[in-house]
Ligand binder design. Structure first.
Ligand SMILES: NC(=O)c1ccc[n+]([C@@H]2O[C@H](COP(=O)([O-])OP(=O)(O)OC[C@H]3O[C@@H](n4cnc5c(N)ncnc54)[C@H](OP(=O)(O)O)[C@@H]3O)[C@@H](O)[C@H]2O)c1
Length: 275
C-alpha cells in the first residue's frame, strides 16, 4: 500500500471482526496490507474470523490497547451496539485518523456524537464483498481530507467497487438498492426455481437451472460492456419464447412497478431505522 497507509505506529484499527469486518480484512491482507499494521478490537471474534486472525498473526483485543493512534478506524459492529462502543474508541482517534463506518442506519451525526470531532466516512457495503465483488457507497463529513478519502477508497476497493455520494440522504436510497439488492436477486432465483417445479421439473433440477442461470447471467453482465437492456434484447427474438415471458414481466404494473414499490419500502425502512 502506498504512502499514508496504515503502519505499525499508526495502524488500521478494525472494530468488530464478524462477517463483514473479516471479509474486509481478508481483502486488505490479500492486497498486501502488513498484518503488523492492523489492530483488531473484538471481544469474541466468530470462529471463521478467529482462524483468519490466527493465520495472519493478528491478536484480537477486547478493548483498544493503550497508546494507539490509528491511521484509520473501521467500525464494523452491529448498529445497535455502536453507541455503546464509540466512547471507548475516542482514545485511538487523533488528528491524523480517518474513521470509516460500515454500519447500516448509523448517521454521521450519531458517529460524531459518539466519537467527538473526527474525520468520518459513512459507507454501505453489500454482501458480495465477502467474495470481493461488492459495491460500496460512501459519504464523508467535511473533516475528511483528500488523503483520507483516497485511503478509504482504497480500503473499500479491496472488496469491490466504490461510489461516493455527497448528500447523506442518498444513503437510504443506496441501502434500498445495493445494500438490500442481493436479496432481491436471491428471491428472483427462488421464484424461477418454483416456477420450474410448476412446469413439472424436479425440485433438484429446477434449483440447479435457476441458480446457474442467475449466476451465469450475472457473470455475463459483469464481463460485457453492453447494458442490461441490450443483453436482454440479445436473448429476445421477436415472437419467440423469451418475448412471450417478457410480455408478462414487462406489462404495466408488473415487474418494474413492483421493484419501484419494493425499493421505496426499503428506503422508508432505512430512514426509520436511522431516524
Ligand atoms: N453482513 C452484511 O452483509 C452487511 C452489509 C452492509 C453493512 N453491514 C454492516 O456491517 C456491520 C457488521 O455486520 P456483520 O454482519 O459483520 O455483523 P457480525 O458478524 O455480528 O460482526 C460484528 C462483530 O462485532 C463484535 N462486537 C460486538 N461488540 C463489540 C464491541 N464492543 N467492540 C468490538 N467488537 C464487538 C461481535 O461480537 P459478538 O458476536 O460476540 O457480539 C461480532 O464479532 C453492521 O453494522 C452492519 O450493518 C453488514
Amino acid at each position: 500500500m502506498p504512502l499514508a497507509s496504515p503502519t505499525a505506529d499508526h495502524p488500521l484499527v478494525l472494530v468488530g471482526a464478524g462477517k463483514m469486518g473479516s471479509a474486509l480484512l481478508a481483502g486488505w491482507l490479500d492486497g498486501g496490507l502488513d498484518p503488523k499494521a492492523v489492530v483488531v478490537v473484538d471481544p469474541s471474534p466468530p470462529r471463521d474470523s478467529a482462524s483468519l486472525l490466527a493465520e495472519a498473526g493478528i491478536a484480537a483485543h477486547a478493548v483498544p490497547p493503550p497508546g494507539v493512534e490509528a491511521r484509520v478506524v473501521v467500525l464494523a459492529v452491529k448498529p445497535q451496539i455502536m453507541a455503546e462502543a464509540l466512547p471507548g474508541l475516542r482514545s485511538v482517534v487523533g488528528r491524523g485518523t480517518t474513521v470509516l463506518s460500515i454500519a447500516a442506519g448509523t448517521t454521521l451525526a450519531s458517529l460524531e456524537a459518539g466519537l467527538g470531532p473526527a474525520a468520518i466516512v459513512r459507507s454501505i457495503p453489500n454482501t458480495p464483498a465477502q467474495v470481493g465483488r461488492g459495491i460500496t457507497a460512501a459519504v464523508a463529513n467535511p473533516r475528511v481530507d483528500a488523503e483520507g478519502k483516497a485511503l478509504v477508497d482504497r480500503l473499500l476497493a479491496a472488496v469491490g467497487e466504490v461510489v461516493w455520494v455527497t448528500d447523506e440522504a442518498m444513503i437510504d436510497a443506496v441501502t434500498a438498492v445495493s445494500g438490500s439488492g442481493p436479496a432481491y436477486v436471491f428471491l428472483l432465483t427462488e421464484c424461477l426455481a418454483d416456477a420450474a417445479v410448476e412446469l413439472g421439473l424436479s425440485p433438484a433440477i429446477a434449483a440447479r437451472l435457476a441458480r446457474a442461470t442467475v449466476e451465469g447471467a450475472g457473470e455475463l453482465m459483469h464481463r460485457s460492456d453492453l447494458s442490461p437492456a441490450e443483453l436482454r434484447r440479445n436473448v429476445t427474438s421477436p415472437g419467440g419464447t423469451t418475448a412471450a415471458a417478457l410480455a408478462i414481466l414487462m406489462a404495466e404494473d408488473s415487474m418494474a412497478a413492483l421493484m419501484k414499490e419494493a425499493v421505496a419500502a426499503a428506503r422508508r425502512r432505512s430512514k426509520e431505522l436511522s431516524g
